[in-house]
Design a protein around this ligand. Structure first.
Ligand code: GDP
Length: 332
């Protein structure tokens, strides 16, 4: 599925359009004064029409995939967005009407009135636009952010790879998916997300890592990151949680356990995996194993880098994701 915002043409912010038009005015000429003033208003009309087209092309909120809806919600209150879409449309319709009316008036009036009428029209339209600028700009900001989401297809069955920083998430993505993972962007993180694909019996699976989203405890995430986590719920699939058993682990074992507990709230199926088994540090390894045993978890032990335990993990993950369907857990 294509990002529904991918092809959306986003107009400049309202005040920017006014400023651009002000700068353009002296540069627009014509065969006569009347002709020049009509051309000026026509150009303004074309620029305003971009707002109309923008709203018309804006994907229908009620038809958005939950992943995109959630991403939208991260940015703005949905009802406010609906109102702002309608304000943007109304503003453009009214402004276009005003411009048409004044263009006609210039045509019918004596030529020496043309410049005065153009100025009046310009002032009125700019004031209408300015009054709605906050709303128009909000819609533009939302669209710009959503347009950035690339490479993630929320309709595909997905394996999300989570875990502390440096645990080996992107290494695992590249080990379990066939092609070289692409770099994608996830809403509201500036970090690169790796997306790999696996084709299995005509079945396409997407594998993504989650830098900056699911890699540190909730309390350390900012508001946007916390909300970004929520969008993960709307990806259709399962989560692999990687524990780091090496001495170089960024998070303490306790920190990793806390993170694992939080990640478990996101999806029904969360598979624990202990990574860096080739360099395991006995004390950490034992603490992780004791915790997993105490909670009745089954886990995999792997070395993503050395390829140890990967085939068995792959087999289980692919079987689970194929049969997982939608396995969102309820929102809190
Ligand atoms: P991410 O930040 O979780 O995506 O981690 P990366 O995949 O970028 O890996 C971080 C570092 O750990 C890299 O230097 C990897 O080479 C290394 N690494 C990943 N998996 C293993 C492993 O199984 N064993 C060891 N020893 N190093 C690993």
């Amino acid at each position: 599925m294509l990002n529904p915002f991918e092809k959306l043409q986003i107009p400049p912010k309202a005040n920017q359009t006014i400023d651009t038009m002000l700068k353009r005015l002296p540069k627009i000429g014509g065969t006569t004064v009347r002709d020049r003033e009509i051309r000026r208003l026509k150009e303004y009309y074309e620029r305003i029409k971009k707002y109309y087209d923008f709203v018309e092309q804006f994907p229908k909120i009620d038809e958005l995939h939950p992943f995109y809806l959630e991403a939208t919600r991260i940015m703005t209150d949905i009802n406010k967005l609906r109102i702002c879409l309608s304000v943007t449309k109304k503003t453009s319709v009214i402004s276009m009407k005003i411009l048409k009316k004044y263009i006609n008036q210039i045509r019918k009036s004596p030529e020496n009135e043309s410049n005065r009428i153009m100025r009046q029209a310009f002032g009125r339209v700019s004031s209408v636009l300015r009054k709605s600028s906050e709303c128009i700009d909000r819609v533009i900001d939302v669209a710009k952010e959503l347009k950035k989401i690339q490479g993630i297809d929320p309709t595909l069955p997905t394996i999300v790879v989570a875990g502390p920083p440096n645990v080996g998430k992107s290494t695992l993505v590249s080990k379990i998916s066939t092609a070289k993972p692409e770099i994608a962007s996830y809403p509201f993180t500036t970090k690169e997300v790796h997306v790999g694909h696996v084709i299995l019996d005509d079945f396409r699976i997407q594998v993504i890592d989650t830098p900056g989203i699911l890699d540190r405890p909730e309390a350390e995430r900012n508001r946007i990151e916390r909300k970004a986590t929520n969008a993960i719920r709307n990806l259709n699939g399962i989560i692999v949680f990687m524990f780091d058993s090496s001495i170089s682990s960024v998070l303490s074992v306790e920190g990793q356990i806390e993170l694992f507990r939080e990640v478990k709230l996101l999806k029904k199926i969360v598979i624990p995996v202990i990574n860096k088994i080739d360099e395991k540090y006995e004390e950490y390894y034992k603490k992780i194993v004791d915790f997993l045993l105490s909670e009745g978890n089954e886990w995999h032990e792997i070395s993503a880098e050395k390829g140890i335990g990967i085939d068995k993990l792959k087999e289980e993950l692919f079987n689970l994701v194929k049969s997982s369907g939608t396995n969102e857990v309820s929102r809190d």
